[in-house]
Design a protein around this ligand. Structure first.
Ligand code: ZN
Length: 246
């Protein structure tokens, strides 16, 4: 019972903000810097910073393993990171819509086959209950809408005592997610797996493994942000294409 109360209390600031913003939209606060935004999810300054961050990064492609490509839209820093955290830990769905804007424009050379199905990394049910949101699903649905593709749950997640990936190193991450994912039914079409943050790529690789086990011949990964294990950025501030990847 105490746990239930705790959950409701943790939700109160969000409810208060929602009511305030509905009654006084001009007093809405920016989800990244906390200043008055004038009604938007972000203030104008943060919005332009978010867009500018992507000029050297949007739809950056890398190979996570042979045959598994991953695209990222922004470094996991600044405004983009704030939006991901808002969505994940504060259950603010508006952050997903804002992140969806990062998908456009989709570069000419990137085309997904029309029968491609968009899906997401499922989270353990206990964690979803705790957070009151399945942020991966929100982000996948947003991406599917922008890309004009269908979105469906294709993976299940075993309810194990796994730790959150963020606290683990690369080897521990691999071990932590062994047998965590399984395909839900037969998968006879290409899959676009959407995730919030791509760090070591372990989660994406494990999910791709499960999707292939279900029959998927082609899996592609799309991450809204790209992080490094040590918190550093992927590019050193050089020109386009010079990402200084470690
Ligand atoms: Zn701001």
């Amino acid at each position: 019972m105490e746990k239930l109360y705790g959950r409701w209390f943790s939700f109160l600031p969000g409810v208060k903000r929602f009511l305030l913003e509905t009654v006084f939209p001009e007093k809405a606060v920016c989800r990244a810097c906390g200043k008055i935004s004038g009604g938007g999810v972000l203030c104008r300054e943060c919005e332009s910073r978010l867009m500018a961050d992507g000029t050297v990064f949007a739809w950056d492609r890398e190979e996570l393993e042979p045959g598994l490509d991953a695209y990222s839209l922004r470094p996991h820093a600044g405004v983009a990171r704030q939006l991901v955290l808002r969505l994940k830990h504060n259950a603010e769905k508006c952050a997903a819509e804002e992140l969806g804007k990062l998908l456009e424009p989709v570069p000419e050379h990137i085309r997904f086959e029309p029968e491609t199905v968009v899906t997401w990394v499922p989270m353990p049910e206990s964690r979803r209950m705790e957070r009151c949101i399945d942020h991966g699903k929100e982000l996948a649905e947003t991406a599917a809408k922008v890309l004009g593709l269908p979105c469906r749950k294709l993976l299940g997640r075993a309810e194990t005592r796994e730790k959150t990936q963020a606290s683990l190193n690369r080897v521990e991450r691999e071990r932590n997610l062994e047998k965590a994912f399984y395909p839900e039914g037969e998968i006879r079409f290409p899959v676009l797996l959407v995730d919030d943050v791509l760090t070591t790529g372990t989660t994406a690789r494990r999910c791709a493994e499960a999707l292939r086990a279900g029959g998927a011949e082609k899996v592609t990964v799309l991450a809204y942000t790209r992080a490094m294990m040590d918190g550093g950025l992927l590019f050193s501030g050089g020109g386009p294409g010079e990402k200084g990847r470690k």
